[in-house]
Design a protein around this ligand. Structure first.
Ligand code: ZN
Length: 364
């Protein structure tokens, strides 16, 4: 099996198009046409993890955080990033980063935390904007079903828990072809009025080239009539953070003790207790201070995230309990999820969970 076959499974798990624009995801180091010997899944692809990959004969390291994040002009081994990259390159080890592609996925980082805490009725906290487009096309009634199905197969027509969604209306189309035309119905220079079906479907914008290919391949017109629009709707199934509910409301302190135990957190810093029961809980793995307002707006009783600064605790504004459960801790089960996903999709192949703890933060 080539490395690229494993990469396509990772893409299935978390499409790279879901990642945030600032991010650096996907294959960071290595040649995807190399034969894969094994996969090591880790949180951070530090030098000691590359050593582990060498020892365990894995030539693909899948990391959550991209070890290579900002531009490098030299790779001389003078810091931890360069040392890791140098060692990977010298030993023919590829590195692939998942990061916000999985943060934004409805089964990803935040769902994993919700599941660990037993939260139900989960939904995305900040649905992703500018991600949905609409295709409108016109064809003869005889072509409509085939064309629609081809568009669905290419990924169009998915809305929440529904697929094969489209709107179809009947109308009259008109046209007249010039001397170079070859109309499906009528003759050159003939003004034609013909029954047409207007098909409307939405799609995630990164699928556009695939959908246009299906459109052109399955449409019967010489000149395919179509329009594409950007939609203002947010995508309810893609986005950062998640909000869910505890089955039974808990006292604030008991709740945080439960979080501490379930997330194996050594220390939780939190804002002032409000004497309220906790039922609705927002979570955002990693640095999530930007989402405090979203958590309040969504009516959360508590917001669990990481990397909160002193002044940001004030932003709780006595509306909810803000809790910093630790950056690594909030994402700690992600690597297990990646391993489980790969093992389900790729049978009889070495997919190994890294044993290195790469959390740089220690507690007394
Ligand atoms: Zn992180």
């Amino acid at each position: 099996m080539k490395i690229k076959e494993i990469l396509s499974v990772l893409e299935e798990m978390a499409p790279l198009a879901y990642a945030e624009d600032f991010d650096n995801v996907g294959l960071l180091v290595g040649d995807q046409n190399t034969e894969a010997t094994g996969v090591l899944v880790c949180h951070d692809a530090l030098e000691n993890v590359i050593d582990e990959a060498i020892a365990k004969k894995c030539n693909l390291v899948v990391c959550f955080h991209p070890i290579l994040f900002s531009g490098l002009k030299k790779i001389t081994g003078k810091n931890y990033v360069e040392r890791s990259l140098l060692k990977a390159i010298k030993n023919d080890i590829a590195i692939y980063a998942v990061h916000t592609a999985l943060d934004n996925h409805k089964e990803g980082v935040n769902k994993i935390v919700c599941d660990a805490l037993g939260l139900t009725k989960t939904r995305i906290l900040i649905p992703k904007q500018n991600f949905i487009r609409k295709l409108i096309t016109y064809t003869i009634p005889e072509n409509a079903e085939k064309l629609r199905n081809a568009l669905f197969d290419a990924g169009a027509g998915k809305i929440g828990n529904y697929e094969d969604c489209s709107f179809n209306s009947k109308g009259i189309g008109t046209y007249m072809g010039n001397e170079d035309s070859n109309p499906e119905i009528g003759e050159r220079f003939e003004f034609v009025e013909s029954d047409e079906i207007k098909i409307e479907v939405t799609f995630e914008k990164y699928l556009q080239s695939k959908i246009l290919k299906a459109l052109f391949k399955n449409h019967v017109y010489e000149e395919v009539a179509y329009e594409i629009y950007d939609l203002q709707n947010a995508h309810q199934n893609i986005g950062l953070g998640m909000i869910g509910e505890l089955e039974n409301p808990m006292d604030e302190k008991d709740f945080l003790l439960m979080v501490q135990e379930k997330m194996q957190a050594d220390g939780i810093r939190h804002s002032t207790f409000l004497g309220k029961k906790i039922q609705k809980v927002a979570v955002l793995g990693g640095s999530g201070s930007f989402a405090i307002k979203n958590a309040i707006q969504a009516g959360a009783d508590a917001f669990l995230t990481a990397d909160l600064k002193y002044h940001q605790f004030y932003e709780a504004e006595n509306q909810l309990i803000l809790a910093d459960i630790g950056h690594f801790e909030s994402e700690r089960y992600t690597k297990n999820y990646i391993v489980d996903f790969l093992r389900k999709k790729i049978l009889n192949f070495a997919i190994i969970l890294s044993e290195e703890n790469t959390n740089p933060v220690k507690y007394l």
